[in-house]
Design a protein around this ligand. Sequence first.
Ligand code: AMP
Length: 566
Amino acid sequence: MIIGIDLGTTNSLAAYYTEEGPKIIPNRLGERLTPSIVSIDENDQVYVGRSAGERMAVHPDQTASLFKRSMGSRKEFTLGKRTFSAEELSSFVLRQLKEDAEIYLGEPVTEAVISVPAYFNDIKRKATKRAGELAGLKVERIISEPTAAAIAYGLFQKQEDTRFLVFDLGGGTFDVSILELYDDIMEVRAVAGDNYLGGEDFTNVILDSFLEKHGIDKNECSQKERSYLRNQAEKAKCSAGADSFFRMQAVFRGDRLESLISRKDFEKKTGQLFDRIKQPVRRSLSDAGVRIRDIDEIVLVGGTTKMPAVRRFVGKLFGRVPDTSVNPDEAVALGAAIQGAMKERKSSIREVILTDVCPFTLGTEVSVKIEGDRLEGNHFCPILERNTVIPASRTERFYTVSDHQTRVEIHILQGESRFASNNVSLGVLSLTVPDGKAGEQEIDITYTYDVNALLEVEAKIRSTGETVTKLIKNQENDMTLEQMQKRMQELSYLKIHPREKEANKVLLLRGERLYEETTGELREQLEAVTRQFERILDRQDPDRIEEARKDYEEALDWIEEELWLE
Ligand code: AMP
């Protein structure tokens, strides 16, 4: 069975394809979203999702979130006594999604289509693929989130040429994509985005205003306090209605505190964020060579597009109501599942050829003539421009720059800066050319970028016909097969918390968190109900446990509410 996975910054989810269309796979708690949070306890027990989220408040030093932002980087996350990369933490999330899907579907799940932000570069895409492999999944394809969302909206079923703009504002990333559908071909025309813009920034606005109102210095808060306050700000953000206030409440060092932000105030405080949103929108339109009025459909994706303020902004910016018929949290996973089914060539799906684009410009370093014959190095010469539809191949001719030059070094670069040194170096291709005058030797350089984001660079010396090629595999974080298998084995010792105990554990962890937040009588009551629940768990009678869990949950709900009342 092949499933579609949306590996999100804040939440992840999986979907599968049925004859009636794609469906979300509920997790072990019966929920559709699994928070992308990982926690490891002293006994090397791994928690993923809500249980890890509860542990975040009490054991922040053993818990990690938002690691997708560091995917493919060398950043290390320390959880207790162990360290992990972002892709390893992601592999735990994927492992749990796989396990949950297998139980739900009643069959092994071995393959997946995993989505990534359209703006993810090659290194990050490869890291995502490896995360899947570390989780024991064969990654059939890495698909861009907007492409998946467009598929979920059934946009590929439209009859005529249509242009879509997918506006994807998630927890930590923002992507705009312009897609065009013609003759059964879905083409991604342009992508633009910001890897550091998302719902978290709106949460920060609410949090900062709370801290400011109460004169709390964030730097003086413990990590535990910070994560608790952030949680409360997040709650305030998600529970605001269309016209209402953002009301943040928290118990801080024994005091019950509250802050209110009006809609007008919020718009003022988030003005800069909305300005930042406009930039990639503009860039994607200009890269695709289209105007706002040429766009036929606007699709909203990502949890943050549920915010009324964001919907109002998009409506105003584009002068029309965006399509929100699919839940913006679920569109990407559903689309990835459809893509998976397409791969298996399920008959109920119309064949669509998807094309992708190269998300950044690839080129080389050159010297240019300035003032007469003086040469200046460090200039960037683009060969494959960003947003070129891939697979793509392009050849440019270059010349030797000095007399008796016999060596040519082709510096392979990725980036958008005019200057070579500001761009990312992917490698160097060296060749020997016959002796001659400056400009006498001609070298044809061909860049070929394929759908798997592999770049092949070929240099051909015209006078001799000799060619040299180099394959760029983004060596930065590449592991050999043996290294990968070794790491897989190491990680497999870390067991994910047993699924049948998860619901009880989430409640116990919630009890633990509330214990820290309560005092006095409420705390005593909490202690009593927790003890009672633990006693029943010890007796191991499933029916009794089921009933006790409900009682315990009700008690926790009551205690949590009590915290705000009075
Ligand atoms: P995603 O990365 O697409 O999972 O989006 C997660 C982001 O969406 C988080 O920052 C959430 O706080 C935000 N979010 C989810 N639901 C809502 C809601 N009802 N209102 C506002 N923001 C939301």
